[in-house]
Design a protein around this ligand. Sequence first.
Ligand SMILES: [Zn+2]
Length: 391
Amino acid sequence: MHMSRRLASVSATALLLALAPAAHAGCGLGDLDGNGTVDGADLGMLLASWGRGGAGDLDANGTIDGADLGIMLASWGPTTLECGGFPPQWISGAPNCSTEPPIQVHWYNENLAILRQSLCTNFEGPFIMLLFGQDKVLMMDTGAGNISLAPKVQEVVADWLADHEQDSIELVVAHTHGHGDHVAGNAQFVNLPNTVLVGNSQTAVKTFFGITNWPDQIVEYDLGGRIVDIIPIPGHQSAHIAVYDRATGLLLTGDTLYPGRLYISSFAQYMDSIDRLVAFTADKPVCWVLGTHIEMSNTPGDDFPVGSISHPDEHPLQLTKAHLLELQAAIHAMAEAPHYEVHDDFIIFPLGGAAGGARSDAGGAASGGEDDARCCARPQNMFELGRLMAQ
Ligand SMILES: [Zn+2]
C-alpha cells in the first residue's frame, strides 16, 4: 500500500515534468530540453506524453502523435539556432524612477540587443530590437520619445564593433509599424553617418523592402550572413510588419502580439495577418515570439491600468508559438462578432473604427485611411469596459 502510493506519486511527477514546457521550448524544433541538440532525451520526453498534449506537441494540434515524431526526427542532431536569454526582470518604472536608466540595454546574445525604454519616460515603455549581421544592423523602432536614443544606440553599435574587431556597420532604422510610440525617435537618426532611416508609411516600407504584393508577399532581407524575413501583418496598423530572424528563430511581432492589450483597428486584416504568421511559421522553429510592450502582470488575465508608469510583477516579454496559435483560434472563433476578450497572457481588444483608438498613439498620421474599419463593441473607457465585461 505504502509502496504503490509512492510509485503513483513518482509517476505523477514524471508526467507533470513531461507536460511542462521546457525553458527553451521551441529553440530548435524538437529540442524539448533546450540543450542545443535534438536527441534521445527529447525523444524520451515526447514518448512519455504520447497521445496527450505537452511540450512534445510540436505541431500544436493538441496530441502528441506520429506527426510530432516525424518533425522531431527531421530535426535530429544539433540545432542550428543561436539561443539567448532574458533578464529576470526588465526595468519596470515607478517607484524606481530616480534610479532606473531611461533606456535598459540587454544583450539577448552577442548579435542581438534588446532595449527597453523606461516607463518613467513614457508609459508605453516600448522595446526596441537591434539585430546584427556582418554588413548591417537592423533596428526595429525608435521608441516613444522623451529619451536620448541615438547616442545610446551608437554606444551599443560601438560595443558590438569592438567585440567583433570590425570598423563599421550600416545602421538600418526600420519600424514594426507607424504608431507614434514606435517612431518618435526618428528625427534623431536623420543625417547620422552610415545610417539609413526607413519611412514609416506603408508605401515607404513596401518600397524599402521591395514588397510588390502587399500584404501577401513575404520577402527576405539580408544583413550580411544573417537573413530575416519581412512579413506584412496589417490590422493593428496599416504598415505593420513582423520580422522572422532565421539565426535565432525569434519572431518579432510588434504590437500585433505581445503580453498586453492587442488593439485591432481592422479586424479582417488582422485575422488574415495572424493566419499569414501561422502559415509562415508552420515549418519553422520559433524560439520566442517577441512583441514591443508588456501590459500584463504575472497574474493570468491581469493587465496594468492604461497609462500606468508602474509595472510591479511584470509578465515576461517573451511569448511562444502556442500563444500565436491561441490567438489565431480566438480570432477565428469571434470572427462574426469581434469583441474584447481576456486571455491569460494577452487581451484581444478590437477597436470601433479607423479613427478610434484607446491609446495615445492610435490614429496617428501614418495610419490614414488604409485600415478598413469594421465596427464592433469597443469600450470607450475603463467604466464601459467593466460594464461590457459584466454582460
Ligand atoms: Zn501601435
